[in-house]
Design a protein. Structure first.
Length: 52
């Protein structure tokens, strides 16, 4: 059941959220101050892709 719900999440929302966090992470990593926030955005993006 968990796998089925994860696949539905991935198709409907997860992929788009992952792309948003990926873009935000890349933009944040441009500056030295934003690098820790960019790394955090990458980690959150992976979690948004496959949450459970």
């Amino acid at each position: 059941m968990k796998t089925i719900l994860n696949i539905i999440w991935l198709i409907l929302c997860g992929f788009w959220m992952f792309l948003g966090y990926l873009l935000a992470g890349v933009l944040l990593c441009i500056t030295i101050i934003g690098i820790p926030f960019g790394v955090a955005a990458f980690r959150i993006g992976v979690y948004a892709l496959w949450p459970f």
